[in-house]
Every structure is written in C-alpha cells, then in structure tokens.
Design a protein around this ligand. Structure first.
Ligand code: MCA
Ligand code: AMP
Length: 499
C-alpha cells in the first residue's frame, strides 16, 4: 500500500546489499539489514498497540538502531519525535505531555527520571542505548523482519520537531511526508548526490540537519554514510579519506581548521562540504578555501521549513550569503511592520513559501496563525536581503534567539527561570561572540532593591531545568538594564558591552 515517505526514502532499497552505514569500528550495515531493523521496530509498535498517527518520542544516543526507529515509524505510519539528548527531565516532561506521545524511548541513563513522567501521562517507556542494548532490543529481535507498510498520504504527518519560542514555550513543528520528501529530492538534485557518494555524518540525528538533510538526502540518493557517534576532530580526520561529502555546522569547520592535519591533501578527493544551521563567518569561508582549495557551500534552513536556500553547486559560492531560493521555494523580503514586500538590497524579514514549509504548530493554532500567513508564506523571524545578483543574505534576527554550536537557545526560556530566583528583580539573556560555538550565553541580572543575588543558586536552578548547552557561561549582576524610551530592554547595548 502506498506510503510516500517510506516508499521514496526507504522501501525502494528493500533487499539491497549496498552499504548504507559505515561505522567507525569498520562494521558495515547494508540497506537491507537496516530496513529489516526498521520493520522489526514497526512490528513491535504494533504489539505495543500503537496506531498510525501516534507520536513516538525518542531521546537516545546516535546509533544505527536509533536511526532504524525513524524507518520503523515511517513504515508504521507513526509520527517520529526526536529529542536532543541534552534535554533535562523538566524539558522532556513538557514535550511528552504536549505531544501526547504514546511511546517514549530513552537511554538507560534517563530511565529513572522519565519513569514518573510517562506513568503520570499514561505513555509507555522503553530503553535503547548507544551500543544497541536496552529493553526494546530483545523484544524487537523477536519480531518479524518484514512488515506490511501502513498506507499513508503525502499530507499525513511524518514528524514533530520541537523548536523553542520567543515566549519561552516550545512549539511542535508539524512536518508532513511531502515536506520531507520534496526537500530531500530537491537537495539530491541541487547538490548532485548519487549512489557513489559517501557522506561523513558527524551531526546529531535529533535535529533537521542530521536527520532530514543529511540522512534523507543519503536515503533518497542511495548513498552511504560514515556514521559517527558525534563530531570528533580526530575521528573526522581519520575517516575523511573514505568520504566524498560532508555536512556540518560552522563549529565543525572552525575546529577542523584549527587542526594542521586538515589540509588540501586530506581533502583533495572530496567533492562537497556543506555548512548550515548557523552563520558561517566569511573569514572561515575564505580560510577554508585557502587551506583546502574547496569552497564551502552554505545553505539556510529552519526546523519549520527544512532547507530554503542554497549556494550553487556549479557557480559562485559567495561567502556571507546563503545563495538562492531552492527550486519550488518562493522567498520574499518584507517590512516587519506592514508586511509589504521590499525591493532588492532592502533589509527586511525573510518569508518563505513552498512544499518544504510545515503544516503549523502542534495544537497551537494562534501561534501558527501568527507565523504562517493564509497565503502560505512563513515568517521566518530572520532578517535579510536579496542582492542585485539574487543572492540571499541573512543580516540578523527579528526573533530573540542565540545559536550556539548550531543549537538554538531562546533567551526567554532562561530569563523566566532566573527571574523566579530569590532576590532577582529582572534579567536579560544575550548571545555574545564565541570562538568555538559562534555565540555563547550571558545572563545579566538585576537584584531587587536591598536584596543580594546568589549567582551559584541561579546557576544551579538553570542547571536543574535546562539542557547544558543553554546554561549561561557568565552571570553578571548589575544595577540596572539599559532601556529605550518605550521601556524596552536594549539587548543590543548589552551585547556591545559583553562582547
Ligand atoms: C556541547 N556543549 C555546548 C554545545 N555542545 N554548549 C553550547 N553549545 C553547543 N552547541 C557543551 C557540552 O555539554 C560541554 O559542557 C561543553 O559544551 C563542551 O563540550 P564539547 O565537548 O566541546 O562539545 P561537543 O560535544 O564537541 O559538541 C559541540 C558540537 C555539538 C560538536 C558543536 O554541539 C554539535 O554537534 N552541534 C551540532 C548541532 C546541530 O546539529 N544543529 C542543527 C540544528 P561541559 O561544560 O559540561 O563540559 S537543525 C537547524 O539548525 C536548521 C534546520 C538548519 O539549518 O540546519
Ligand atoms: P532551527 O529552527 O533550530 O532549525 O534554526 C533555524 C535558524 O537557524 C534560522 O531561522 C536561522 O536563524 C539559523 N540558520 C540556519 N542556517 C543558517 C545560515 N546558513 N546562516 C545563518 N543562520 C542560519
């Protein structure tokens, strides 16, 4: 029966003995072996009583089995909900409750903290560890390696990915099957992926970049991936000779450039390096070309939209730009106040429309309406312009967002916790330049009159609630925050002071 996502990305590899995953210990996993794992998981979900459309929340370390959960969900018509392994119990509680996930899969390390949450919410908890062990493994190994693919339509939901919001509450971006398929096909074409490609995959698989860009493109093209547990410079340098392409966040490339072994010889055989998720400094682009002779191809995307623009494969890859709208994607620059479209070289908010644009936020119609216009244009919250040659430049953000090492951090989420702490009158959380992560988090705190603020207490409170990558690296107590005449905190002044 038809299930476009499964058929287009996975199903056509059935019985293929081509290598899909190359692990760092030399193990090779064929497409067929991978699909069998996925089918076993799909069978298991049926035994668990899950029905098409149910959400499966997954907070597990990167492994072939973890990726097979995605294949199994696609085949069984379940909605895949991957979660950052850094998220704390507080964060997970919200995602599980908000999504109404029927099944939650986590590593052994997270079981005790998730148990009370899933019990309260009436979900089922299973475990899967990085080495493939876990409560789920024995059960799925007893399952059939074939599964009758559940019929779905291209409009059905394939995945729910949570993205933080300016109000501090995360929103589940609903991605349909056709959102994912259309983008994967476009990227395969635009970046010339073929079955002979070997992608070096060092990204996490719980976000769009590692899952829907890197993995879906590989699946769509029938290529192979060198599947690394995480980014590690030594490992990347050791395995690069077997790769033809690599995708990464800017931090990957700056870390590689800091290593003298990364040079033209090591990369001579490579055909493509792609960067995204955060701005690639023009300086990094230039340094990379000088060192290796390769021009990094920078592209621009979002959780809500997958990829929107890309520098050209053939043609001039311009540093400091994110290239042209992808085929089928309309992009316009509008005035943030009036919504009127602006002309070439004028800076405004970036809006996009196309088959890649999501279906709205899960159970949040008012947030959907605020960002997704009735005519299909999505207001990205990024500020940019289109230059005379048609290249898109991202020049800033209309949303209060920090991007650290490719992870998004919404200041409001941190401010809400700091403001609740004893003696705190108010706080402002900002991003400041960081040589490794691009940006890092600084919290500026004002004490209530006559009170003293305990910075260690604030750190501990933030650590209890929020993932490590969101923790302020500096908490500074000041007398007052700079404000404009309207009384709004001027974060630009704070950014200048703390940079
Ligand atoms: C780890 N830490 C971080 C980050 N990662 N802190 C801030 N920002 C981060 N990104 C913490 C660790 O918990 C650790 O804490 C300390 O910083 C140093 O860790 P380190 O070992 O240096 O980090 P790492 O494990 O090497 O990780 C850095 C990384 C990783 C490799 C850059 O963050 C990463 O893989 N980032 C990729 C993110 C990504 O895939 N984004 C795509 C989102 P402690 O102090 O306790 O030791 S999708 C997206 O944005 C859109 C759609 C798009 O366009 O792609
Ligand atoms: P997320 O919603 O977590 O997927 O993050 C999407 C955001 O990352 C975008 O709205 C941009 O602000 C940022 N982003 C992604 N790619 C780029 C890029 N190439 N240059 C600058 N910012 C980027």
């Amino acid at each position: 029966m038809a299930n476009p996502l499964y058929d287009e990305l996975f199903g056509h590899h059935a019985n293929s003995d081509r290598v899909f995953l190359l692990l760092t210990d030399g193990t090779e996993i064929t497409y067929d072996a991978f699909l069998q794992m996925g089918a076993q998981f799909a069978n298991l979900t049926r035994q668990f009583g899950l029905n098409p459309g149910d959400r499966v929340a997954v907070q597990v370390e990167k492994s072939p089995q973890a990726l097979a959960l995605y294949a199994g969900c696609a085949q069984a018509g379940l909605v895949f909900l991957p979660l950052n392994t850094a998220y704390t119990a507080d964060e997970l509680d919200y995602f599980i409750e908000n999504s109404g996930a029927a099944l939650v899969i986590c590593g052994d390390w997270a079981q005790s903290r998730l148990d009370p949450i899933v019990q309260r919410l009436g979900a089922r908890l299973e475990t899967l560890n990085a080495n493939g062990s876990g409560t789920i493994t024995a059960q799925w190994q007893a399952c059939d390696t074939t599964f009758d693919t559940v019929a779905r339509s291209a409009d059905d939901l394939a995945a729910l990915l949570y993205t933080s919001g300016t109000t501090g509450r995360s929103k589940g971006a609903m991605l349909s099957q056709s959102n994912l398929i259309s983008n994967a096909k476009t990227l395969v074409q635009e970046w010339h992926f073929g079955s002979n490609d070997v992608l070096l995959h060092a990204l996490p698989i719980f976000h769009t970049h590692g899952l829907f860009v890197a993995t879906n493109v590989t699946l769509c093209a029938g290529s192979s991936m060198i599947f690394m547990p995480k980014f590690d410079c030594d490992q990347v340098i050791a395995h690069l000779p077997k790769a033809t392409t690599m995708m990464g966040v800017p931090t990957f490339y700056t870390r590689l450039l800091d290593d003298s072994r990364f040079d033209a010889d090591l990369t001579r055989h490579m055909r493509l390096f792609v960067s995204g998720s955060a701005p690639l400094l023009a300086d990094t682009h230039v340094q990379f070309e000088q060192r290796t002779g390769h021009k990094i191809l920078e592209r621009y995307g979002m959780t809500e939209t997958n990829m929107n623009t890309s520098n050209p494969y053939h043609g001039d890859r311009r540093a400091g730009t994110v290239g042209f709208p992808l085929p089928g994607v309309e992009l316009k620059i509008t005035d943030p106040q009036s919504g009127t479209e602006l002309g070439r070289d004028q800076v405004g908010q970036i809006e996009v429309k196309g088959p890649n644009v999501f279906q709205g936020y899960w159970n949040m119609p008012e947030k959907t309406a605020a960002e997704l216009r009735a005519d299909g244009f999505f207001i990205t919250g990024d500020l940019g312009k289109v230059d005379a040659d048609g290249y898109v430049h991202i020049v800033g953000r209309n949303k209060d967002l920090i991007i650290s090492g490719g992870y998004n951090i919404y200041p409001k989420e941190i401010e809400l916790i700091i403001d609740e702490q004893p003696g705190v009158a108010e706080s402002a959380v900002i991003g400041v330049p960081h040589p490794d992560f691009g940006e890092t988090v600084v919290a500026v705190v004002v004490a209530q009159s006559g009170a003293t603020v305990d910075v260690d207490h604030i750190s501990a409170a933030v650590a209890t609630s929020l993932a490590r990558f969101k923790h302020p690296r500096l908490i500074d107590v000041v007398d007052e925050l700079p404000r404009n005449t309207m009384g709004k905190v001027q974060k630009n002044i704070l950014r200048d002071i703390y940079k």
